[in-house]
Ligand binder design. Structure first.
Ligand code: NAG
Ligand code: NAG
Ligand code: NAG
Ligand code: NAG
Ligand code: NAG
Ligand code: NAG
Ligand code: NAG
Ligand code: NAG
Ligand code: FE2
Length: 474
């Protein structure tokens, strides 16, 4: 009887097992049911306390929009940038390791530009060189009544086990939601922001009103003056507007945001690389040529070949338009660049790719889609432990609102997706482990809505050796 019961129960048991297995394979991804208002959010008014110029008594020309970025591949120099509205003002940055005592002075360049009916203020860029690693520096801009002091801590010297915490923000803009994201980040333990493109959204206004570039610079100054943000250009940096004769792409962005591109042998501010702590960070330009033989293509190949994974085991790539995006918004826009570069990223075991552009959050499994060759039909992404994790954080909170329309069902390469504003954090612990998490703005900074441990591809993945084939009897 026991045997009979077992026999009759067996098919059911098997079916249940198979069903459960299928369920597990089929539901590897999470589409968060969390729903929020999807309408566009509003920009902060120009007069908002968060966008106002600094008000220094007796000074009509205060340095503003202060931002710093790493000045070379190594972290022993810093580029300091700021704008003075009506006159050049002091050209110097005075700096030193104690507040109000400045042992050194550096000077740099001033630039200005016109865009439609707008003329920029005086944009200063000064490089501070020969800095000590992991040292706090105070620096002063302007003099007399116009003096303002800030500080930064130089990153540590690169090494395989140097811990470091990155924030990741994209598509921020300057709405009430942008402010919310930014204030959440200010409360985090982030030491620098990896910014994945689309900064001010000034191009939303008539004639691309560039005073909105100025307000954006002031909005983010409470972080950018103190931490070296790493810049990536997005489509809202293009500012290519033939309808009012502005035909030089990236004009406002390139005047305002310097990058250390020459130090990494790049010919353009728009793509470059740096070393930071235990990470090698590569910035790519989704809106510059990347086809075979183009400068960006040649540069990336050379850069990937020359990474010293013994010194910087983590390789992180930043770009604006994501390669893996299961949202209907900007669907497949990153496909041509994926086809061009994905094989290299798998070959060189890139750890993480961060992108923005899509106003939602998504994290992929480690997948690759490089087997496809037009005729072999192998066109679905497959798991590959040498491949990066792809993360989209275009959810900073800009004026265009959220992208809530995901493709259904969730593709099996997608691990987690949610249409909420927020930002991500990456805590690199040592040469093998990093903890990654994403915050939605509706929760306090302590709540992690999506999180995962990431293991280093260079130090962790040991390629499975194929077993010797057993000889079959003939
Ligand atoms: C600043 O640097 C000087 C010279 O290296 C050193 O003597 C001094 O102790 C430093 N001050 C601080 C606060 O670290
Ligand atoms: C430029 O044009 C815009 C839109 O017509 C207008 O609002 C703004 O006041 C103008 N700015 C200047 C400096 O003329
Ligand atoms: C200043 O301009 C010169 C010449 O164009 C350039 O070589 C240098 O890198 C610039 N310095 C900074 C800090 O931008
Ligand atoms: C940031 O921290 C401060 C002080 O703890 C708190 O008052 C504020 O609400 C926090 N802001 C956010 C956005 O979490
Ligand atoms: C997704 O499912 C297809 C079909 O079952 C499979 O070929 C593919 O390898 C899977 N991809 C991932 C990333 O799991
Ligand atoms: C991952 O991709 C690489 C490069 O194409 C390939 O050599 C390797 O076999 C793939 N691994 C798996 C598990 O598919
Ligand atoms: C979502 O995208 C699909 C495909 O583009 C479209 O047909 C549909 O109308 C969209 N739905 C919403 C609510 O926007
Ligand atoms: C690296 O960090 C992880 C996570 O904190 C820890 O478990 C591991 O022991 C560390 N490895 C070494 C060699 O310290
Ligand atoms: Fe974008």
């Amino acid at each position: 009887m026991a045997i009979n019961a077992l026999a009759s129960g067996l098919p059911l048991l098997l079916l249940t097992l198979i069903f459960q297995l299928q369920l597990r394979c089929g539901s590897s991804g999470i589409t968060s049911p969390y729903r929020r208002r999807l309408q566009a959010s509003e920009d902060l008014p120009v007069g908002s306390e968060f966008l106002r110029p600094p008000d220094l008594a007796g000074c009509g020309n205060a340095p503003e929009q202060v931002h710093i970025t790493q000045g070379s591949v190594t972290a022993d120099s810093m580029i300091v940038s700021w704008v003075t509205p009506s006159q050049p003002g002091s050209l110097a940055v005075t700096f030193g390791n104690e507040t109000a005592k400045y042992s050194r002075t550096a000077t740099g360049n001033i630039t200005r530009y016109k865009y439609a009916n707008y003329t920029s203020g005086y944009i200063h860029h000064v490089k501070l060189t020969n800095l000590e690693y992991a040292t706090k520096y105070y620096y002063r801009l302007g003099d007399g009544e116009c003096a303002r002091e800030f500080w930064f801590v130089t990153p540590p010297k690169s090494g395989p086990d140097v811990a470091y915490t990155f924030g990741v923000i994209g598509d921020l803009g300057q709405t009430y939601d942008s402010l919310n994201t930014f204030q959440h980040y200010l409360n985090s333990s982030g030491q620098t922001v990896l910014y994945v493109g689309d900064l001010s959204y000034a191009d939303h206004y008539p004639l691309g009103d560039n005073t909105r570039w100025d307000t954006w610079g002031r909005l983010v100054e409470p972080s950018t003056a103190y931490q070296p943000w790493i810049w990536t250009a997005g489509n809202h940096e293009l500012d290519y507007r033939p309808e009012f004769s502005e035909v030089v792409p990236f004009k406002p962005y390139l005047h305002r945001y310097q990058t250390p591109h020459r130090s990494s042998k790049s010919t353009s501010q728009l793509w470059y690389s740096i070393n930071r702590a235990s990470a090698h960070i590569i910035v790519l330009s989704s809106y510059s040529a990347y086809g075979k033989y183009t400068p960006q293509w040649a540069w990336l190949q050379n850069d990937l070949q020359n990474i010293n994974r013994k010194k910087t085991p983590w390789v992180i790539v930043l770009m604006h338009s994501p390669w893996y995006n299961s949202n209907m918004y900007h669907y497949m826009e990153g496909e041509t660049m994926r086809v061009q570069f994905e094989a290299w990223l798998v070959q060189y075991k890139v750890d993480i790719v961060f992108a923005g552009h899509v106003h939602a959050y998504e994290r992929s499994h480690r997948v690759s889609n490089i087997e496809y060759n037009v005729v072999n039909g192998q066109c679905s992404p497959s798991r590959n432990e040498s491949a990066p994790v792809y993360i989209t954080v275009g959810d900073g909170g800009n004026i265009e609102g959220l992208a809530g329309n995901f493709t259904q069902p969730q593709p099996n390469y997608s691990a987690y997706r949610e249409a909420s504003f927020g930002h991500a954090m990456l805590e690199i612990k040592n040469r093998t482990h990093a903890f990654y998490y994403w915050h939605r703005n509706q929760d306090g900074e302590a709540v992690k809505s999506d999180s995962t441990w990431l293991t280093n591809r260079h130090n962790y993945v040991k390629e499975k050796r194929s077993l010797p084939r057993r000889r079959l009897p003939l």
